[in-house]
Design a protein around this ligand. Sequence first.
Ligand SMILES: Nc1ncnc2c1ncn2[C@@H]1O[C@H](COP(=O)(O)OP(=O)(O)OP(=O)(O)O)[C@@H](O)[C@H]1O
Length: 255
Amino acid sequence: MDLRLRGITHFYGDLEVLRDVDFGVEAGQIVCLIGPSGCGKSTLLRLLGGLERPAHGEILQLGAPPAGSLNPLTYVFQDFALLPWRTAAGNVSLVLEDHPLSRRERSEIVADVLARTKLSEFAQVLPRQLSGGMKQRVAIARALAVRPACLLMDEPLSALDSQTRELLLDDLVELWLRERFTACYVTHNLAEAVRLGHKVVVLSRRPGRIREIVEIDMPLEQRKHALAELQEQQSRLWELMREEAMAADRELADV
Ligand SMILES: Nc1ncnc2c1ncn2[C@@H]1O[C@H](COP(=O)(O)OP(=O)(O)OP(=O)(O)O)[C@@H](O)[C@H]1O
């Protein structure tokens, strides 16, 4: 299933947050959203997931979600959002409990996604016994359990230390190579955007407009070993963002 945003404009009261935003998320691709603080990236994810409706414009879902999808648009949050009293398996199972599945089907799905995210041996462990990186892997397993058409990822690595972030970044690349999942991925981290994004949507400061859409053709599996080339892409993205980021900072300082 592809997603298309057409002419998205959004307000909170009188505050115009997004203006005339157009882009697409093609099935099997990761689209990264970057832009200065407050430019409306998380708002765009909420609009994509249907949590809010845009003031103007439309979001189209083209094609069918994967067979058996229980929640086509599924969020992965920065703070993992795990229930502390449930084990890793219990947290994953939670999102299946409102669906008409037998106990056996449920445990098969849970075992499958824990295996796919290399968490099988941690199935019975509580979140407090897990590192930040492992917690986020549980959250990703939970998201995969509902067979999403598109993962809506809001800075999923930003609560982690830099080493863990790097490891999880590798895990995400590996997962994508195995499963070709579709994602719209919000980040402040340009290195993350150029490692993961097939396309990077650069937004201007508020009201967020499309500043540029940068396609990165290099296959994901090659990127880890092509850091010099990626650095060029990253510098280009930073050039696009720098003035907007400085202006956004000045605006925040004036508030
Ligand atoms: N529910 C809301 N009600 C009122 N204003 C809101 C609401 N949600 C967001 N905003 C405002 O809308 C603007 C965009 O917020 P949003 O969180 O989408 O930006 P962002 O680009 O994700 O920011 P950051 O990079 O800092 O996370 C901000 O000025 C924010 O204060």
